[in-house]
Design a protein around this ligand. Sequence first.
Ligand SMILES: Cc1cc2nc3c(=O)[nH]c(=O)nc-3n(C[C@H](O)[C@H](O)[C@H](O)COP(=O)(O)OP(=O)(O)OC[C@H]3O[C@@H](n4cnc5c(N)ncnc54)[C@H](O)[C@@H]3O)c2cc1C
Length: 420
Amino acid sequence: MHITVIGGGLVGVTTAWYLIEDGHHVTLIDRASELAAEASHANGAMLHASHTEPWNTPRAIGQLLRWIGREDSPLLLRPGELPRMARWGLGFLRYSQPHHHARNTGVNARLAVYSLAQMRALEAMLDLDYTQRHDGILKIFRSSEELIRARADTALMAEAGVRHQELEPAAIAAHEPALADIQQTLSGGFYYPDDASGDARLFCQRLGAIAAERGLVLRLGETVERLVIRDGRVAAVTTSAGDLEADAFVLATGAEAPRLARQAGVRLPIRPVKGYSATIPVAGLEGAPRLPIIDDGRKVVITRLGDQLRIAGTAEFAGYDTRVRANRVAAVLNQGLANFPALASQVAPAGVDQWACLRPMSMDGPPILGDSGVPGLHLNTGAGHLGWTFAAGAGRVVADMIGNRAPEIDVTGLTLDRYR
Ligand SMILES: Cc1cc2nc3c(=O)[nH]c(=O)nc-3n(C[C@H](O)[C@H](O)[C@H](O)COP(=O)(O)OP(=O)(O)OC[C@H]3O[C@@H](n4cnc5c(N)ncnc54)[C@H](O)[C@@H]3O)c2cc1C
């Protein structure tokens, strides 16, 4: 079959890879001049099956409402966005009920565990280097209430195969000596030995290059403007360079996916949720961590990528505004560096690489994979804060579905028909 993948982020590139492996003729179109130009460019770099709880807990919704308009808060709802997100917001609220939240944590964890195994297999097969580390991830807590809540989520993830070890503050400092200075302020944490980390942009660009050597046609700098529906199926797309026919299309345009899907009459319950990252050079500096760390209370993740340290976080409901706001990046950076006082005193503001982009967030948490309900159009989007973690697994699952093969995992809760 000739299959066109629309979108060249993590999700589009991995899907294209598995489709090429299956022997299809594959074209990938992206409006940017390089792969991984948007959400997959400078994310938190964590492959974390340990972080698969959806963001819509009743507590998070309370915080979101309390912090409306507060520029320094980790969750920020811009009032102008409220009317546009009313329908999605109601769903977000509804799915925060404990039984939905627990189920969706399990659905995400199932896909994440599978995905990390697929990543390992890809790495081994292709000898891929994307500054990856398989050292596990630490999650730290200051409040004992949060630690207790996290035990419940961790137990749900464990059912899906996420291994973990609970740690006292002293054991946290033993795992990561860079945290020794703040050890007294911690209530405890977890270590997840099977989690990993790595540079998503490098991964995308390297996998894309290998796929291109094996026949993937890359059309970069080309925007898909319209889906062409003929006889009830998506038969072609109109792009900034003309029309392109194919037997099937995969929509992998991240936060933009609802806009194109709507043209085929498909309503995707996905909203953009903006995040920021700060990347700093740490070669020669003292006190930088080696292990990836999730600081749950401060809502930041901290990841070492070779000689750099990436700090990422915040969830900002601000529509499709992708502007990098220096005050928001500074807030993320300061929250992250507060864990490493020795390092913080050596970081020069001029060396900070600032970035922002939009997570494609479904209203219930899991991504939306496979059949769109319209012949010729397949979906791979909505991965929210987990798109890097899910990329390989979701790509494999969607390629299996297109090839009429049963995916290797149960896809209940991962397809569009869960909303019907
Ligand atoms: C601050 C931050 C930190 C994060 N940290 C992590 C993390 O540590 N671990 C994790 O698992 N996930 C993380 N994520 C989430 C993850 O980065 C995203 O879920 C993932 O990148 C989404 O990938 P994607 O391919 O769906 O979207 P994108 O990477 O945005 O790709 C979509 C592509 O579609 C293209 N496109 C859109 N419209 C069109 C069109 N009309 N025509 C042609 N091309 C089009 C865009 O140019 C873009 O390249 C983080 C996200 C953010 C914002």
